[in-house]
Write a protein that binds this ligand. Structure first.
Ligand code: NDP
Length: 293
């Protein structure tokens, strides 16, 4: 079987072309959607993620403010920056790049972002709305995955989706999104490190989501013929003396057995950034904390 490649670059181009029209419309009305990106410390991977995100915003003529804080910044200082950004009318979305240093309570910081500027959709208010089937701001990675499926005409209705990984930023939200009647209407199994006989479950999948953060973990022995695979993993490994990015799926092993597959890189990653832009454009209409009382 030939495995078709679900290119995130191709899908993101389709989204950007619709966003460009919306952005120029907003600009004609004097509105420039603005993102504040907060980067704490010098984690090289975080530096790259933030650079890629802000580069795209600049290319689209959007406002982006990068706040770089030292590794030893106190939790109090970080929280007071978030509070300031919450009330800044030129900032529509606030992104705090994870992971944060160990002395800072990440949950406390993410919860301090006013839900109407929660561009990542991590705030409990937005996570709660998603879990009751009324999504408002959806985390960018699962939202991007849903876009890829739609772009490549992969219908989820009545299909069995198996998700490996239950994090709040990928696994859990994609399991909810695919199960929602209006969006996916799939039957969903959510697996994690406590799952017994993972291969039994993964082999049932019509659509398999690999989001566990383990390089090339899923190989041909985990899948049935014809499965569609979304490989979310971004893992840096050393191979033949060179540093390389690989997913959570052994792409060589599953090729020829899977019907379709998102590549790594150029799969889910570019869609995550595209959805960050879309969420920022959506957020500009949200009420300011002043109006929320
Ligand atoms: P987390 O570490 O937060 O969560 C991993 C999940 O996988 C956990 O639920 C864990 O189970 C489960 N898990 C780990 N090992 C196994 C195993 N052997 N069998 C079954 N389940 C397992 O990771 P994230 O969700 O943040 O990220 C997952 C991957 O996706 C990473 O490679 C990350 O870099 C990548 N990523 C990519 C993005 C993109 O834009 N493409 C965006 C975000 C993440 P338990 O809950 O029991 O611990």
């Amino acid at each position: 079987m030939e495995t078709s490649i679900l290119s995130g670059i191709e899908a993101s181009k389709a989204l950007y072309s619709s966003l460009e029209g919306r952005i120029s419309n907003l600009k004609n009305h004097g509105i420039t959607p603005g993102l504040a990106a907060v980067l704490v410390g010098n984690n090289p991977a975080s530096e790259i993620y933030v650079k890629n995100k802000t580069k795209k915003f600049e290319a689209l003529g959007l406002k982006t403010d990068l706040f770089r804080l030292n590794e030893d910044v106190s939790e109090k200082e970080l929280l007071s920056l978030i509070e300031k950004l919450n009330f800044d009318d030129d900032i529509h979305g606030i992104l705090v790049q994870l992971p944060l240093p160990k002395h800072i309570d990440s949950e406390k910081v993410l919860n301090a972002i006013v839900p109407t500027k929660d561009v990542d959709g991590f705030h409990p208010e937005n996570a709660g709305l998603l879990s009751i089937g009324k999504p408002r701001f959806i985390p960018c990675t699962p939202k991007g995955m849903m876009f890829i499926l739609k772009h490549f005409n992969i219908d989820l209705n009545g299909k069995h989706v198996v998700v490996i990984g239950r994090s709040n930023i990928v696994g859990r939200p994609i399991s909810i999104l695919t199960s929602l009647k209006e969006l996916g209407n799939a039957t969903v199994t959510l697996c994690h490190s406590g799952t017994k006989d993972l291969k039994y479950h993964s082999k049932q999948a019509d659509v398999l989501v690999a989001a566990l953060g383990s390089p090339e973990f899923v190989d041909a022995s985990f899948i049935k013929d014809g499965v569609c695979i979304l490989d979310v993993g971004i893992n840096r490994i050393e191979r033949n003396g060179k540093s390389k990015i690989v997913g959570d799926v052994n792409q060589k092993s599953v090729s020829g057995k899977a019907s379709s597959l998102t590549p790594v890189p150029k799969g889910v990653g570019p869609m995550t950034i595209a959805m960050l832009v879309e969420n920022t454009c959506l957020l500009y209409t949200s009420p300011s904390p002043r109006d929320r009382g």
